[in-house]
Design a protein around this ligand. Structure first.
Ligand code: TTP
Ligand code: MG
Length: 386
């Protein structure tokens, strides 16, 4: 059966919330992200993007490109509230919603033809409801599957609405670069370029046997299907988790930094395992420290790349911990590590870069599934207590 899938993605989400809530920021370049020396841009308003500022860029570079921008620290709690409001609006328009991240999701509109005049008008109604009730603009794509719907929502950002009809899919795809296919990162792009494929149209016309020889059967078929605009993945109703965290309170306050780092490693491994089990990646790592005095501190780092491996999570938690200056004479009562700003990273790591690590973690995770979480831990945790 022909499906109708709608993808909606808020425009410059964090920055737009800030501009909505502060009249004096409107029409001006606004950059949201980590403001410390290792800070990374979470997002930039469209006014700031004109200067070349973009998500995941080092804040130091953004400052150089656009020194007169308004620089803001992200207020995740507020963005999460707005996100909840958006998804509750969307739930009036389809019973089947898959939330992909804080500001984007898929709606399955298949079978709802009688409820809507036509998909475009329905898309306009959804955009209007979101705008009127939240004061924010969104971009919408409507197509016969997820791949095309997501691609469509991006084509006329911001405030866009693009419908790709099944019969137009290949025509729309043909001129686009191959990296518009999800899962095609820098490495796959380079491999495809070496084979002479730069556009999706060129890839669609590729000889299957030759492609399989170069890239393996599985990847060749996946790429070819997508290049022809075919994607069978269903819209799977679910709510994206906002964050995944683990914390531990100690019977006796911890006084050695080394001891604390061992706990952080264990917590990072648990968080990593939970992320990977759900196919999620995180762009923010938060460290929580509660002292013997019950004073509680959180420190947060936003990252250029989404992560899910234990060692990456631990590295961030450790860096945050080392930068934390402990008030003298205090012990640590509780430590916590949490991963936020979650996205479905499965797509990002589908093909390249992570293959080796994915195999390693695949093995570790399958042991954990079979024998319980405690079965595999790192060498550093097994050294006897001094
Ligand atoms: P996106 O939807 O990727 O970006 P955006 O909404 O800011 O801009 P647009 O969709 O119009 O291109 O991400 C949604 C939010 O997630 C974004 O506002 C901030 C956060 N985010 C990060 O913190 N780090 C990142 O690297 C990215 C891409 C997004
Ligand atoms: Mg967005």
């Amino acid at each position: 059966m022909e499906r109708i899938v709608l993808h909606i993605d808020m425009d410059a989400f964090f920055a737009s919330v800030e501009q909505r809530d502060h009249e004096e920021y409107r029409g001006k370049p606004v950059i949201v992200g980590g403001l410390g020396p290792r800070g990374v841009v979470s997002t930039a308003s469209y006014e700031a993007r004109k200067f070349g500022v973009h998500s995941a860029q080092a804040m130091a570079i953004a400052r150089r490109l656009c020194p007169n921008a308004i620089f803001l620290h992200p207020d995740h709690a507020r963005y999460s509230d707005v996100s909840r409001q958006i998804f509750s609006i969307l739930s009036r328009f389809s019973p089947v919603i898959e939330q992909l991240s804080i500001d984007e999701g898929f709606l399955d509109l298949t079978g709802m033809e009688r409820l809507m005049e036509n998909p475009r008008v329905y898309g306009e109604e959804i955009k209007r409801a979101v705008r009127e009730e939240t004061g924010l603009t969104a971009s919408v794509g409507i197509a016969p599957n997820k791949f095309l719907a997501k691609l469509a929502s991006d084509l006329e950002k911001p405030d866009g609405l693009v419908v790709i009809r099944p019969e137009d899919a290949e025509k729309v795809l043909a001129p686009l670069p191959v990296n518009r296919i999800f899962g095609v990162g820098k490495k796959t792009e380079a491999r495809l370029a070496a084979l002479g494929f730069r556009t999706i149209g060129q890839l669609a016309a590729a000889d299957r046997g030759k492609l399989a020889q170069a890239l393996g059967n599985r990847m060749a078929s996946q790429l070819l299907a997508l290049a022809h605009g075919l994607d069978e993945r269903p819209v799977e109703p679910r709510r994206a988790a906002q964050s995944i965290g683990r914390e531990e309170t100690f019977d006796e306050d911890i006084r050695s930094r080394e001891e604390a780092e061992k706990v952080l490693l264990a917590l990072s491994e648990e968080v990593g395992w939970r992320l990977r089990r759900q196919g999620l990646f995180a762009r923010t790592i938060t460290l929580k420290i509660r002292l013997g005095s019950f004073d509680t501190f959180t420190r947060q780092q936003t990252l250029p790349e989404p992560i899910a491996y234990d060692e990456d999570i631990f590295r961030e938690a450790q860096t945050l911990f080392r930068a934390f200056s402990m008030p003298p004479g205090q012990g640590i009562r509780l430590l916590g590590v949490s991963a936020g700003n979650l996205s479905e990273g499965g797509e990002v790591s589908l093909f390249d870069d992570h293959e080796k690590k994915d195999r390693l973690y695949g093995a570790i995770d399958s042991l954990k599934r079979r024998f319980g979480e405690g079965v595999v831990t790192r060498a550093a945790l097994q050294t006897p207590k001094q």
